[in-house]
Design a protein around this ligand. Sequence first.
Ligand SMILES: [Zn+2]
Length: 169
Amino acid sequence: MVKILHAKEVSFIWDILNEIPDPEIPVISLVELGVVRGVEWVDTQLQITITPTYSGCPAMRMMEMDIEQSLRKEGITDFKIAMQYHPAWTTDWMSEATKSKLKTYGIAPPQAHTKQRIGVLISDAPTEVACPQCNSVNTKLISEFGSTACKSLMKCNDCLEAFDYFKCI
Ligand SMILES: [Zn+2]
């Protein structure tokens, strides 16, 4: 069994992980979200390193179970999921392609970059968030918490659509 496992390329494992959708945003995968930090062999055991998005994020346990199930389905049973808390997860780990997927899905992607956010609280309303429907930046914050704790609920003053904004952290 160990031999078979070693024959599988690490990139194949990444491919499997990249098929696992985020439990909250099914259009993006755990890899795209930036939760999966590493796939490597530690002695004879495969280790998958993940970083939680938000501490206490209720979806995290579900993500772990999804990873376990997906790997087992491919016959990979000898592996360990390691949690890595430092460096802390940041929305900067999402690629531009991932952010545009969020937008297509109707969620305004995180806007700021790390250096602009230093000293800014997570709960601070972003200055300019474009509406995912009409691209207008004439939007306002309705509630700091949208459908989940990591999103704010916003509303567009132009097309009047309410939408989720993925907060920057
Ligand atoms: Zn709009």
